[in-house]
Design a protein around this ligand. Structure first.
Ligand code: NAG
Ligand code: NAG
Ligand code: NAG
Ligand code: NAG
Ligand code: NAG
Ligand code: NAG
Length: 324
């Protein structure tokens, strides 16, 4: 048992000792190429990085030699975009970051923050797609975001925003498409204002109105959406007929006779108060009810004047001090 463990350990040691005599693939430097690309390098072998077109090396080292330990020396090369607008300022801003993290971050990780830029996104669609930077400046670094726009009336299909990713590409690029909606249909108990029967372009709107005494609820406008559908249309809410033939009620703060003043009923959303009687205290109190799309429910306490034996209408009785 022991001997087996020893054999395995010895084998592992030999293996690592052997492995130390070559270097594995050198670290990748963003926007740089290496002159000799292999999977293993001999000790003493030298490689050289070259920044890709459009990028310039910082003052870090470009040549590295495979060390007897089987490791490459710490890579200090950065390839920075040539178009860097204010390199001095930029370096200054980021140097603090390197100073405080140099010891803990692997080289590639902080080099990403410094060197990754995304090229301007391809805008091949005849200039209909444009974008703007969220932050000022013309160069997009890692994590920077841009916002796209399409020339009206084209609709932007896809993600409106894109983020510069660690590998120097944009997270997504939308497209601009012509979208039309069919001639809009009308709404119940209402109509389209000034509507011409035609197809509509993306983002065009139509507006609606209701027939007399109907109340429009929801958005007044409907918009032709990217899907080619109309956005939610409003609805027309029905007025309420008064559910009693004769009664005195409170409406807009005044006593009104249902049979003469409120013949047409009340509108959706409006409130009337009915008078209810407290027999023990011979007083009256009011109970408000609201018209909801043609429905108006009488309060349970209310006994209308149609009931024959009424001597005193509750609306003429003294108001109760308070009622339960
Ligand atoms: C951005 O680029 C435009 C055109 O290439 C140039 O006119 C402008 O000065 C640049 N702005 C900055 C902040 O570099
Ligand atoms: C759009 O892209 C941003 C990155 O720029 C991402 O955070 C967001 O989740 C994306 N939105 C959708 C709807 O995919
Ligand atoms: C860049 O990175 C993103 C996210 O990790 C990945 O989806 C995309 O395929 C990569 N693009 C290239 C060209 O490597
Ligand atoms: C859609 O139209 C409104 C005006 O009705 C405008 O404010 C908005 O920017 C337009 N949106 C697009 C994506 O064109
Ligand atoms: C748009 O309308 C089509 C039918 O014309 C329907 O299948 C689709 O679900 C609608 N899309 C949305 C977002 O309402
Ligand atoms: C109106 O009342 C009827 C009958 O009680 C009911 O079916 C309907 O849902 C009500 N409508 C509203 C908008 O409350």
């Amino acid at each position: 048992m022991y001997s087996l463990v020893l054999v395995v350990c010895a084998a592992a040691l030999t293996h690592s000792a052997l492995a130390a005599r070559v270097c594995s693939k050198p670290p990748e430097v963003l926007f740089a190429t290496i002159n000799v690309v292999k999977t293993v390098y001999d000790v003493g072998e030298e490689i050289e990085y070259t920044c890709r077109p459009g990028f310039v090396p910082n003052n870090g080292q470009r040549k590295y030699t495979c060390q007897p330990t089987g490791k490459w020396p710490l890579n200090t090369l950065l390839c920075l975009p040539k178009r860097c607008p204010t390199p001095g300022q930029l370096q200054h801003g980021k140097i603090d970051f390197i100073d405080s993290h140099y010891q803990t971050l692997p080289f590639l990780e902080y080099s990403i923050f410094l060197a990754v830029t995304c090229p301007p996104p391809p805008l091949s669609e005849f200039g209909v797609l444009s974008y703007r930077h969220v932050k000022p400046g013309n160069i997009s670094y890692y994590m920077d975001t841009i916002i796209f726009e399409c020339v009206p009336p084209l609709a932007l299909i896809g993600n409106e925003t894109a983020t510069c990713q660690a590998n120097g590409t944009w997270s997504s690029i939308p497209e601009c498409r012509a979208v039309t909606c069919p001639a809009p249909s009308g709404i119940e108990n209402g109509f389209l204002n000034f509507a011409v029967r035609r197809t509509y372009h993306y983002n065009e709107t139509v507006s609606f109105s209701c027939q007399s005494r109907y109340v429009l609820e929801g958005p007044k406008h409907s918009r032709c959406e990217k899907t080619g559908n109309w956005s939610t249309k409003p609805t027309c809410k029905e007025p309420c007929k008064m559910p009693v033939k004769k009664a005195v009620v409170l409406y807009e703060g005044e006593k009104k006779r249902v049979q003469s003043d409120l013949k047409e009923g009340i509108l959706h959303g409006e409130t009337v108060s009915f008078f209810c009687k407290n027999k023990e205290k011979s007083c009256a109190y009011t109970v408000p009810v609201q018209c909801v799309d043609g429905n108006l429910t009488l309060p349970a306490c209310f006994k209308g004047m149609s009931q024959a034996n009424f001597k005193t209408d509750p609306s003429d009785m003294k108001p109760c001090e308070d009622h339960e």
